[in-house]
Design a protein around this ligand. Sequence first.
Ligand code: GDP
Ligand code: IMO
Ligand code: MG
Length: 426
Amino acid sequence: MPVTVVVGAQWGDEGKAKIIDLLSKEHSHVVRYQGGHNAGHTVVVGGERYALQLIPSGVLYDHVVPVIANGVVVDLPTLFDEIDALETRGHSCERLVVSSRAHLIFPWHQAHDAIAEAMRGDDKIGTTLKGIGPAYADKARRVGLRVGDVVDESTFAVNVRARAEAEDGELRAKGGERLDVDAIVDRFVELGRRVAPYVADTVSFLHEALERGEHLLLEGAQATFLDLDHGTYPYVTSSNPIAGGASVGTGIGPREIGRVVGITKAYTTRVGSGPFPTELLDDDGDRLVDVGKEFGTVTGRRRRAGWLDCVMLRHAVRLNSLSELALTKLDVLDGFDEIEVCTSYELEGVPVRGYPDRVDVLARVTPVYETVAGWSGPLGDVRAPDALPDGARHLLDLVQREVGVDVGVVGVGADRDDYFHWSAAT
Ligand code: GDP
Ligand code: IMO
Ligand code: MG
């Protein structure tokens, strides 16, 4: 089948970009299908680190056409910062294609995001403050401006001004600062001029590639448990990262998708608020953060960390039709005496079936753990399964048994080449 989807199986930052970079070798197009510059996707090549927010993670290969599809919300200043930074480092973005149907983010979306978070006080979501939720809200209430609108410059200028004036009133009513409407109009007309050459009907563009027999890789941002419908609502993002979102966000029907790769760390992290049953608030948690360098790529925030949760992964298999898992950061567990893996939840002593549908229930479950013996030696140089210590083997076998799908690629370091294939799946 010509289309592969890569989706985060936890709460984000699983190492999706590293696996997408790896899979890019076999694909002609790498396509972002949702989210925006709330994503931070890191690829490390020979010690050189690339942190991508909007540009698809396949961009570092010359044969890949990077595509920002209709489901993405596009912040033009960030897009051009990224293009400029990549081009300065010798990676041309000339091939980039941006969907005319993708919605634009404007400064008022960021202002609304900040006000909404401040108003929630202790109940804040902990958003990235990039304006993602307000931009998707405008899309849903059908007042958003789209990338394709830039092509008719004079109408675009009129529409940006009308929206900016309306939003200025709303923001000030909520105690926000005044928008500099003239400056915003000038800036976005200029950015619109600059993005125009990249704009296309990506639905036709991608289907024409499929008709030529080319292979597409659809890149999820965020993750299954941040999904607006299926995540830990309201502590979620405002789009649908799950594999079904890849169809909506690209216009490629579900029957074209042959492979869905779920990415998980060997443990779990989460940024922002919301329940986290296997969270570790002790030295083991600090160790995962320190060794795993668990600080946000976009916001620099310290990520919360805990043990691997197979209840989540089983639910991710259901929600995404996962064909396989790729498991990253196994090396971060080097040197633990014992490693815990959550295999089920209990609520007041009673086993919980499936994944709780309410956050207040999820916040009260007790994880049931299976203990795996740790290993001492560093895994960083392992390039074949037979070089693995017993503890690491047991961990991978346990995950496959509990989750019910094969683990294909296993990551043992941040660099592009730091991986091996565990099962025959990949
Ligand atoms: P994404 O948002 O899912 O693409 O993940 P991020 O880039 O936000 O975070 C993953 C972090 O882990 C990045 O700093 C990666 O360079 C790093 N990383 C990815 N895979 C591995 C791995 O197998 N081992 C180690 N130690 N680091 C990894
Ligand atoms: P990648 O693609 C981890 C989290 C935020 C917050 C919630 C809502 O790098 O895995 P938003 O700004 O989207 O409205 O914030 O979602 N969040 C992420 N957490 N990785 C991400 O992206 C995230 N994108 C958003 O921290 O809890
Ligand atoms: Mg990330």
